[in-house]
Write a protein of this length. Structure first.
Length: 158
C-alpha cells in the first residue's frame, strides 16, 4: 500500500464560486426555488419560535412576492401603527411628541415629510432597477437624509 494516499474530491460540501446568473430562464428558476426555500425556512422559524415576520421579495421580472406570519398585512400594519415591540426604535422615537414645543413639532413634521419623500423616491428607484443598494440608503443617518432631500428638491426645482 502506498503511504501517500490521495484524497478523492467528493461531491459533498465544496466551496463554489458565486456569480450572477446571466441566462434569464435559469435566473427565474433559481429565484423561484430560492424564494420558496426562504419562505419555508421563515415559516419553520415562526412556528418554532412564535415569531411574527414579513418578507417582501421582488422577482427579476419585477413581481412582488410576500410571506407573513400570521400575515404580511398584519405585520406591516402593526409596524406602521407603532404597535411594534422593537427594542431599538427609530430616531423619531427618541423624544416624546407631547414634550415638544410648536417650533420643534413643525420641525418634526417637516423631517417626517422629508423621510416620506425619500422613501417614495427610493421605492421608485428600486422599481426602475436603480443600482444604488438598499443598504446604502438604510445606512444614511438623519443629516444625510436631510442633505439628500435638499439636493433632490433643488433638482426638482431646476
Amino acid at each position: 500500500m502506498e503511504n501517500n494516499k490521495e484524497k478523492k474530491q467528493s461531491k459533498g460540501r465544496r466551496k463554489i464560486e458565486i456569480n450572477k446568473i446571466s441566462k434569464k430562464s435559469s435566473l427565474n428558476v433559481t429565484f423561484s426555488k430560492r424564494r420558496q426555500g426562504l419562505f419555508n425556512k421563515a415559516c419553520e422559524f415562526c412556528v418554532l419560535s412564535s415569531a411574527k415576520m414579513a418578507i417582501i421579495t421582488f422577482s427579476p421580472g419585477g413581481k412582488t412576492f410576500t410571506f407573513g406570519h400570521p400575515s404580511a398585512d398584519a405585520i406591516l400594519n402593526r409596524h406602521l401603527t407603532g404597535n411594534s415591540t422593537s427594542v431599538e426604535g427609530f430616531w423619531w422615537d427618541e423624544q416624546s411628541i407631547e414634550s415638544l414645543d410648536l417650533e420643534e413639532l413643525n420641525q418634526y413634521v417637516e423631517s417626517m415629510e422629508v423621510l416620506r419623500k425619500l422613501v417614495a423616491l427610493k421605492v421608485d428607484e428600486m422599481e426602475k432597477g436603480s443600482d444604488q443598494s438598499l443598504s446604502d440608503f438604510l445606512a444614511m443617518d438623519s443629516n444625510s437624509l436631510l442633505d439628500a432631500s435638499a439636493s433632490s428638491e433643488a433638482a426638482n426645482i431646476e
